[in-house]
Design a protein around this ligand. Structure first.
Ligand SMILES: NC(=O)c1ccc[n+]([C@@H]2O[C@H](COP(=O)([O-])OP(=O)(O)OC[C@H]3O[C@@H](n4cnc5c(N)ncnc54)[C@H](O)[C@@H]3O)[C@@H](O)[C@H]2O)c1
Length: 253
């Protein structure tokens, strides 16, 4: 496709087999991009690729630098270049300062923070000679605290600052690579639904969470995807180092 807001661009999306990543992949395809999704869940990734004409799946464990190197090389071999990387892979574990285990702390940071660090490292390597856009999924949890989301808060806050540092480095080097973070509140994806389903009183918890959102509902993944497409497109050419809040008004209160 030669038309669309991402015409001619190649985009790699980590965590692209589900939720926000998959919605972004589908939106990007409709906007003329070549799209590859990378995910640790090969069954879901292959299914998504089968069901979505034009979508390419690569195996990717974001916690491994070598896995990122292989995935980026695979996409560059197939499509010749990469113009955008979306770091959407993430996990959400409940725990506070007294209950968070070493294992949960490390696992959360391995996926949510190390995974973004490696993704950005390889994105810069792949795009430094022609420019591009990096979009990192943080959360409102990267801006405001929650009493029982200790490791998630920590990892998402770090992604917010990591993104700004990368944006400034690339600007200083003249790489024409922009880097921004995205901060949603509740989004209706398997991550959100599984968290609620595993709660002791799912209906009460869902109502209590949504009561915090002035617009009174979770976001649809496609609504987050539309913001990400904007950040990947040339329409956002002057946007870098920004934290894009998309939260139904939650942090305005
Ligand atoms: N859903 C929400 O309410 C919400 C709110 C704010 C921020 N976010 C963030 O948005 C991003 C996407 O979340 P989602 O709701 O689409 O979740 P999701 O669970 O639907 O999708 C996450 C994907 O990441 C993949 N993944 C997990 N570990 C991986 C690894 N080691 N390597 C590669 N892939 C891995 C999973 O297999 C899955 O396909 C996450 O970073 C999440 O923290 C989500």
């Amino acid at each position: 496709m030669t038309q669309g807001r991402l015409a001619g661009k190649t985009i790699l999306i980590s965590g692209g087999a589900s939720g926000i990543g998959l919605a972004t992949a589908r939106r990007a395809l409709t906007q003329g991009a070549h799209v590859a999704i990378g995910d640790i869940d090969a069954a879901a990734g292959e299914r998504a690729a089968r069901e979505t004409p034009g979508l390419h799946f690569v195996r990717l464990d974001v916690t491994s630098d070598a896995s990122w190197a292989a995935a980026v090389d695979d996409v560059r071999t197939r499509f010749r270049r990469i113009d955008g990387v979306v770091n959407s892979a993430g996990i959400f574990l409940i725990g506070d300062i007294e209950t968070c285990s070493d294992e949960d702390w490390r696992k959360t940071h391995a996926v949510n923070l190390d995974g973004v660090f490696y993704g950005c490292r390889h994105a810069v390597r792949a795009m430094k000679h022609h420019g591009g856009s990096i979009v990192n999924m943080s959360s409102v949890s990267g801006i405001v605290g929650g009493h029982n989301v200790l490791a998630y808060n920590s990892s998402k806050g770090a992604v917010r600052m990591l993104s700004k540092s990368i944006a400034l480095h690339c600007a200083r080097k003249g790489y024409k690579i922009r880097c921004n973070s995205v901060h949603p509140t509740f989004v209706d994806t398997p991550m959100f639904r599984d968290t609620i389903d595993h709660a002791r009183e799912p209906e009460r918890i869902r109502a209590a969470l949504l009561a915090q959102v002035p617009l009174g509902r979770p976001a649809a993944p496609e609504e987050i995807a539309d913001l990400i497409v904007y950040l990947l497109s040339d329409e956002s050419a002057f946007v870098t180092g920004a934290e894009m809040v998309i939260d139904g008004g939650l942090t305005a209160q």
